[in-house]
Design a protein around this ligand. Sequence first.
Ligand code: GLA
Length: 777
Amino acid sequence: MMVSPRVAELRSDGRTFHLGNGYFSYVMHILDGRYLTHLYWGAPLGWNAPLDPDSFILVAAPEYLATVPRGEDATEGDWPRAQSRFSLDTLPFEYPVWGTGDQRRGAVEATLGDGTGAMALEYRSYEIHDGVRRPEDLPLLRDDHNLGGATTLTVHLADPRGDVAVALHYVVLDRSPALFRWASITAGEGSQDASSREGASVVEIHRAESASVDLPTDHYDMVTLAGSWARERHPVRTVLTPGRHTVGTRAGASSHQTSPFVAVCEPESTERTGEVRAMALLYSGSFEAGADVDQYGRCRMTIGIDGYRGTVAPDDPFQTPAAALVYSGTGFTGMSDAFHTVVREGIVASRWRSTPRKTTINTWEAMYFDLNAERIATLAQDGRKIGAELLVLDDGWFSRRRDDTTSLGDWWVNRDLFPEGLGPVADAVRQEGLEFGIWIEPEMVSPESDLYREHPEWILRVDRRKPTQARNQYTLDLSNPAVVDFLFETVSTILRESTATYVKWDMNRQMTEAASPISRRHDQGSVMHRYILGLYDLMARLITAFPHVLFEGCAGGGGRMDLGLAHFAPRFWTSDQTDAVERLDIQYGSSLVFPPEMMGAHVSTVPNHVTGRTTPAWTRVLTALAFSYGYELDPAEQNVEDRATFVRGSELYRRLRDVAMTGRFVRLGSPSGAGGAVSANGGAAARTMIAGGDGGSRAWMIVADDGSELFIFAFRPLARPNEDPGALRIPSLPVSDAIFRDADTGRRYAAAHLRTRGLRLGGSGDFQARLWHLIRE
Ligand code: GLA
């Protein structure tokens, strides 16, 4: 979806910085020549809109708060000349620090050279650069992004004592609904530790947020994503009460349990109305995100890396990952539109931006470890008959791996299963007209492997502590450049020999004993972060060497699905959960941030292997169809009717995906529970659901860019007695007086009718699913 708002602008009179475009304004102000305060983040303002800093800033401070004198030239020495005193605890800061008056959570916390931790940060200077400035070795926007002209503002802050300097970077673009922020922290000359032998500057960072924003006093709700393996990214809506509310992980991966995303909204905000401010981190490792509500009801919203400790020196900064900040005045739909635009036009490589994802057939749930060359060729044949265009050879093709207890690390083809190697297998698949893809899990090693026997020092481990296994495997130490080099050669060889054009890049355990045998004492605290840098380096090198290969991101399903990895992986395996009912909520929640074509969704057999549930084939097809569609079953084991249903599904997908790539994905229904997590609290929930509020209905739609075509999906997992499931009203149709014709039934609908009266799901019994494919006349 392309929009062309006003171009990005960045104005400054030396005291106020106003960044914005047609989507948002973001304003900072230097108070008293020293405090960088946050004035505004919201709907676009006129460039000359009067913003009186005092109205945002000053709160009469009670006696017991630490106060500072007010005025440009005020210092403690001559404070009686200052007009007044005020407390830093009442200022809205851009990058707050703890220890000198602001008692809330600091954006950066550190041990300074003298062992103390009280910090102060004062404004020093600013610079404006054309183009995107990015944190070194970390993802931000692609060089060939499609978000228009970019400007980067850098604001320099420093501790007056000279310990620490912080540079805050803000990237604003003509066509980006997101503002990008990151910070760079350096030790100043004043950080010299007199007692250190080298006399070197030593500042140890404990925490450094990518973004921290102080929102004014109000009532707020917070929305985060929570889950587990096979139940990823369910939205959770929390009323923000005084205190700290966080989500996060120290698992070394962005995780199944939560996601590097947080939104703060008005209590009344719904899918389509109200203000929402959201942050997502472009990072795949440990993080924390959340909101603190202070004594005045102000909300400090933060997102950043977690589980990081590291030293910085004057010429050796720590650079935080970047955060994408999105403001929406049109509820969660507006927020998701913004994230989808930024991901599609800015984060995903241009090569995949407008290339629809192929209909996939994956061997995993079809045959698990029971693979051989003949079975793969047959699966390709049967897959072609139901419309598959890409076959992915999953786990089990290498070394002696017959189950998940061995062989990770030994990436040579199992010649018992594939006597001629993988080349001929790939040829057989291609002969059927399918592309060939392959599964690998390069970051891992089985204790039972040649690699581990040769290089026991290549795993994350703590000296004299037995390394903990998960799924019978250890994590390789990607903070070690030798390991990264080895993996680059290994994966390159697999790609060359197998001739695969698609890689399912898996990572099936979280980190424990996250330490590196080659790191020195003071570098151990940054191992988890340096691991992620190693991973990004590895993936960047592979993508440069094999630009035609599509890398799918997978981590036991959706255990590392984030905007950092999206930079390298234009598709994710959303979840190991392929049950249609369970998938509804996972896809619903994932769509808060991710556009549908990035979310792998495969139809699997029944009873489902995770839940044991049996759902109709058409329900399974419709659940997956709006996303990156495929199959996770053996067609030969399906009955004739179901195979025919799959053929129809693949045909529909080919039709739908071109529309979806450039169109909008709009959630219509809400997940189960008390009205759905991102609906407004209380009874208002029903507003975003199929009326009747059975608590289980969900719906979404794909709308063509020009509004000429709609694919509307509705699901009602469980039947209820004596219930009118009501109508599904279709909001925001681009052309209000249009007439739409149902491609299947020929029935005609006026846009106004769709908007006000809606469509009726109908049917009876459990697992109802329906698609309306409407074409504008
Ligand atoms: C993980 C993935 C699955 C499959 C298995 C193979 O669980 O998420 O899709 O690839 O590993 O071991």
